[in-house]
Design a protein around this ligand. Structure first.
Ligand code: PLP
Length: 364
């Protein structure tokens, strides 16, 4: 084969390497809910979104049954487990729900299909890539607005798009303070099962009822997949025009069954949620006492360290704590961070090991 055939790809990879932004996928073999072998090294996992430890839960694992879906649901039909899961989500949020294989696909469909053509969508500056990509694919006008600031919503906004608990900033926007007239779409990926009454998310915690809620099963529910929940018109429109629903294979039955078991546990076990909040407080307090200033308020605990983030992450790893550095384009340049996450499955010793691995914050 011509050696230069793939030169354009090498050139781009070289450019990424020159900018110091090469990414690498590492092999993580779990040995417990919060422990693993990382490329053979024993580590404490301090970066997982398995906030309630349900990915390791025997009941969630045992729920896996059935096979692949065999196709997109408009072609080969919904399985009973898909219906059961959608009914459970609908009952949770008080509306209807539609399943997707991932949160990325759910957001592509919701944010490209549901906004009104030509209308203005105010999109929070810290929104996840899947929200941004969905809006880019759609026909609405998009204005990026300052993060978590209700006063920054333009008067002519027809819709507001934000996260219930921001994935990289760890904060909850003041949802009750946003203007009530625009449609409100809240991605509760990181809050489902963790915040609010019955673990319904940050909007429910704030007493706010969004027009549309997106949730994922790959985080606190310990499985995979996602949903869009909303009024019947929204769900029917997604079934008829949501391209990432129409043209993508339905979630496999074992995954849907695990998601249902995880969702049931995450939304009924208040003690587990309280334990997560307690673990998060211990982690935040310990880091603060050492002079670090973690962002946010909940179980996502981002510590902004700036451009030296990869060295900080390497130092943590040398001390047996796995939490990779988060860099641009995931977060703004200059605001590179280690994104720690608390888990209900962490005991005091786990939390203290993370805090000790950080050590005292450098003095300015
Ligand atoms: C806020 C938010 N929405 C959506 C997603 C995508 O979910 P999934 O990983 O299921 O594709 C993520 C992923 O981390 C996320 O952080």
């Amino acid at each position: 084969m011509n050696a230069d055939r793939h030169a354009p790809w090498r050139a781009r990879l070289d450019a990424i390497a020159r900018a110091g932004r090469t990414r690498r996928v590492r092999t993580l073999t779990p040995t417990g809910p919060v422990t693993a072998l990382l490329d053979g090294q024993e580590v404490l996992v301090a970066c997982s979104n398995d906030y309630l430890g349900l990915a390791w839960d025997p009941a969630v694992r045992a729920a896996a049954a059935g096979g692949g879906a065999g196709g997109a649901r408009l072609i080969s039909g919904a399985r009973p487990i898909h219906r059961a899961l959608e009914d459970a989500v609908g009952a949770l949020h008080g509306g209807r729900a539609l399943l997707f294989s991932t949160g990325y696909l759910a957001n592509l469909a919701a944010f490209s299909t549901l906004p009104v053509e030509g209308a203005l969508v105010a999109s929070d500056a810290a929104n996840h890539a899947s929200i941004i990509d969905g809006l880019r694919l759609g026909a609405a006008r998009r204005q990026v607005v300052p993060h978590a600031d209700p006063r920054a919503i333009p008067a002519d906004a027809h819709m507001i798009a934000l996260e219930g608990l921001f994935s990289m900033d760890g904060d909850v926007p003041p949802l009750a303070a946003y203007p009530p007239d625009p449609w409100l779409f809240v991605d509760e990926a990181h809050a489902l099962g963790c915040l609010g009454p019955d673990g319904r998310g940050a909007a429910a915690a704030a007493g706010v009822t969004p027009d549309v809620v997106i949730g994922t099963f790959g985080k606190a529910c310990g499985a995979a997949g996602a949903y869009v929940a909303g009024p019947p018109e929204a769900i029917e429109l997604l079934i008829n025009a949501g391209r990432s629903f129409i043209f993508s294979t339905a979630p496999p039955e074992p995954v849907a069954a695990m998601a249902l078991a995880g969702l049931r546990r995450a939304t009924t076990d208040a003690a587990l949620r309280e334990r997560l909040a307690d673990r998060a407080r211990r982690l935040r307090d310990g880091l603060t006492q050492l002079g670090w200033c973690p962002l946010g308020s909940a179980h996502i605990v981002p510590v902004v360290v700036g451009p030296s983030v990869m060295e900080v992450a390497a130092r943590l790893l040398s001390r047996g704590v796995f939490a990779p550095g988060i860099r641009w384009p995931t977060v703004p340049q200059g605001a590179e961070r280690v994104r720690l996450t608390a888990s209900a499955a962490m005991d005091d010793d786990h939390i203290d090991r993370i805090i000790e691995a950080f050590g005292p914050a450098p003095t300015a």
